[in-house]
Design a protein around this ligand. Structure first.
Ligand code: SF4
Length: 227
């Protein structure tokens, strides 16, 4: 799949402004969560499963207890399912989440000798691991440059390049744009900043464009301002 030339030129011309604006905004608005401290590939993998379909504040309340009971893949694979379900009750979706966590742990222990893979291809072979989680493990767990694209980041990119992208533009196209746009030298800071920016400023529903540091590079904003 190839991006159109006009889109590529637009990405290249906006990139410096977007990178600078997002990094600076991120420095000033960094959100502290326990899963952002003392990260390992395992803690990143687990936190991504825990954070699905729940709020960060709900996950925050149980994360440390989870990590003390299940500090590694072996402990997770051997987990008493009822006990694990009980712990996960506070964040909902607990039966499914338990199955997912235990299945992932067993898969990695059996297929990769207990080592979480360092390649995107191998990560994507793990059950329930999609592109977002794979790139999170690479960037945040292994410090390997990768652009993390969750639904917040997808929304930001679709707004920034609104003139080029339909609402139904595929996730693969959005990932390609994200891959061109992100700051490789500071990928962790950039990824966190973009996640935080999506939650606080370029929100679902009504974005807070009046507080946006990259509005000059945003098709959605410029179209709205000119209409
Ligand atoms: Fe999002 Fe508005 Fe900023 Fe565009 S100008 S990126 S829509 S907050």
């Amino acid at each position: 799949m190839v991006l159109e030339g006009s889109l590529i030129r637009d990405i290249e011309s906006k990139k410096p402004h977007i990178q600078k604006g997002i990094i600076k905004w991120g420095e000033e608005h960094y959100r502290h969560f326990p899963w952002r401290e003392k990260r390992t590939p395992y803690s990143v993998l687990v936190s991504e499963v825990l954070l699905k379909r729940t709020t960060a504040s709900a996950a925050k309340r149980m994360y440390e207890k989870f990590m003390s009971l299940y500090p590694d893949l072996k402990a997770l694979a051997k987990a008493d399912k009822e006990k694990l379900e009980k712990l996960l009750e506070t964040i909902g979706y607990h039966k499914r989440r338990t199955t997912i966590l235990v299945e992932i742990a067993n898969y990695i222990l059996n297929k990769s000798d207990g080592r979480i893979p360092e390649s995107r291809e191998e990560l994507l072979e793990i059950p329930f691991v999609g592109p977002y989680t794979a790139n999170s493990i690479l960037s945040l767990g292994y410090n390997i440059p990768a652009a993390m694209v969750d639904s917040n980041v997808e929304r930001i990119i679709k707004r920034l390049f609104f003139k080029h992208l339909s609402k139904t533009a595929s996730s693969r196209i959005v990932q390609k744009i994200a891959d061109m746009l992100y700051l490789r030298d500071h990928h962790q800071e950039y990824n966190y900043a973009l996640l935080d920016f999506g939650a606080a400023i370029c929100r679902y529903g009504k974005p807070k464009c009046e507080a946006c540091p990259i509005d000059e590079s945003c098709d959605y904003y410029l179209l709205k301002a000119g209409s």
